[in-house]
Design a protein around this ligand. Structure first.
Ligand code: CA
Length: 508
């Protein structure tokens, strides 16, 4: 021991450790000091959706990813999102994302059971759920709208019945798990088709089958149709088509990725066209922006130093502040939609971080870590696609499968700690923002809020002003009653919630 502590090797080790620790301290304080500020928005819609798609999160956790709040403490990611102002979670659903040996296709292996798990955990923290049906067994987008394997040989009428039944059964499973479903997407980026059908007549029939399933399931859920490429005037034709073919829906949504999808002014104009002409709500169902151009998982990102990082609409810095600015700008563009018909925006996969950080690793260490990451993506489905999807999608995902192409667009650093930019979802709210159920106004929901309401109802004097106290009116009937305290007690024991207790709201 003595001998060892005097050895040059030991001293060198100490020196290296000291340097590493110092560097570590600097890195931590640099992160902690990064502050992000955004201007509030005068939202016109009290239910403005500040959404986050975290479909991949269950498989990321299987691969060992741990999420931490902005203080660096480990917490349930859904709590972290609710604390930072997110009010809605989006989860995609694939019918059967498994090969004949029951290996997952990856991309989160998002079957109905996974959506139910996501919805259940989200609801514990008051978060609403947007269910995103792809009506395929894997990624559906403008380039791919392949019917699920089980529907491949069906006639149109068989497929219509199958789509309706699948929608009903899925929603039942997700709701029974405890999820609070507020919106349902009938198809994903369906510009050129849905579930293998691409004629307008057939598409309209399938949309209406899904819509009818939602209507029969609940009158409280809004039906969304989702397109992309708002930079192309063709998207307006889609709204005309939905009208002409009598498709029953509530929300016209588009994706908006600044690199490809035109200006924010055009986005507002396009959505205003639909809002004014057809009296529909509008939304951005997907957007994202990089906080860095670095990759951290060994799988190339869609936006990097060499790829897609320039363009007239890439307006913001590639920093947490720039990322927050993009989110605020997109929310603002939707809020500006005419007739107050802008309903909100949803960020796409804001938690799809690395399963093993390759940042700064040298060649051998890098390739070793990458091999481990690949094994995790294959085992858990935590990358964008696994090799097993080749059976369903041989020409694209089956060739290019791998990890996350958006880890640099997440709101979490590679070690899982929330970035300061995540606070944008709370900081955009106007003055007077509060958490539903927070009767004593300290920004947390706890047993004190229960006591405060009970004392008020028992007419025991207490010093909290009535405006704050009314934030305890969790069923929002305008009366503070003992039942509000009971609902908050349910929230505190993580029981299924009837009301979105804990989410950030604002006075209108
Ligand atoms: Ca990556």
């Amino acid at each position: 021991m003595t001998h060892f502590s005097k050895s040059p090797f030991r001293r060198l080790t100490c020196l290296i450790l000291a340097i590493l620790l110092t560097a570590g301290v600097f890195a931590v304080s640099a992160t902690a000091e990064q502050s992000v500020t955004v201007e509030p928005i005068a939202f016109r819609n009290p239910d403005f959706v500040r959404g986050m798609d975290v479909s991949s999160v269950i498989t990321l956790e299987k691969s060992g990813v741990i999420f931490r709040n902005r203080d660096g403490d480990r917490e349930d990611i859904f709590k972290i999102l609710a604390d930072n102002g997110v009010n809605t979670i989006r989860a995609r659903v694939w019918n059967d994302p498994y090969d004949s040996n029951r290996n997952g296709y990856g991309g989160g292996n998002n079957d109905v059971a996974t959506a139910a798990k996501i919805g259940q955990r989200a609801a514990k923290y008051g978060l609403n759920l947007l269910v995103d049906f792809h009506y395929s067994d894997f990624w559906a987008d403008p380039g791919k709208q392949k019917a699920p394997k089980a529907w491949a040989n069906m006639t149109l009428s068989e497929k219509t019945a199958a789509l309706k039944a699948f929608t009903t059964e899925s929603l039942k499973t997700i709701r029974d798990a405890g999820a609070h479903i507020t919106m349902v997407q009938i198809g994903n980026e369906t510009n050129l088709g849905i579930a293998g059908e691409n004629s307008w007549t057939n598409m309209a029939q399938l949309y209406n089958a899904g819509s009818q399933a939602v209507r029969e399931f609940s009158s409280e859920i809004r039906v969304m149709i989702h397109y992309t490429n708002p930079e192309n005037t063709y998207i307006r034709t889609m709204a005309d088509f939905l009208h002409d073919y009598q498709v029953d829906y509530d929300i016209f949504a588009t994706s908006y990725y600044p690199c490809w999808h035109g200006s924010l002014e055009n986005l507002t104009d396009t959505l205003s066209y639909v809002a004014e002409k057809y009296d529909k709500y509008t939304m951005v169902a997907e957007t994202s922006y990089p906080y860095t151009l670095s990759d951290s998982d060994g799988h190339a990102n869609t936006i990097s130093e060499w790829n897609n990082c320039t363009g007239e609409n890439m307006l913001w810095d590639f920093t947490p502040q720039g990322q927050a600015n993009e989110v605020r700008a997109v929310m603002n563009a939707v809020n500006n939609v005419k007739n107050g018909k802008g309903l909100g925006m949803c960020y796409w996969e804001g938690a799809w971080i690395t399963v093993g950080d390759v940042s700064g690793l040298s060649s051998t260490a890098y390739s070793d870590r990458l091999e481990k990451n690949k094994a995790l993506w294959e085992r858990d489905g935590s990358g964008w696609a696994s090799s097993f999807c080749a059976e369903f999608d041989p020409d694209d995902a089956g060739k290019w499968y791998g990890g996350s192409a958006v880890d640099n667009q997440a709101f979490f650093s590679p070690d899982g700690t929330a970035l300061p930019s995540l606070g944008v979802f709370r900081d955009v709210l106007p003055q007077g923002a509060y958490r539903l159920g927070d009767a004593d106004g300290d920004d947390t929901i706890d047993v004190i809020d229960v006591t405060v309401i009970q004392r008020k109802c028992a007419k025991i004097n207490q010093r909290i002003d009535d405006t704050t106290l009314m934030h305890g009116d969790v069923n929002e009937n305008g009366i503070l009653e003992i039942v509000d305290a009971a609902y908050i007690q349910r929230y505190l024991i993580n029981a299924p919630l009837q009301y979105p207790i804990g989410i950030w709201k604002f006075p209108v």
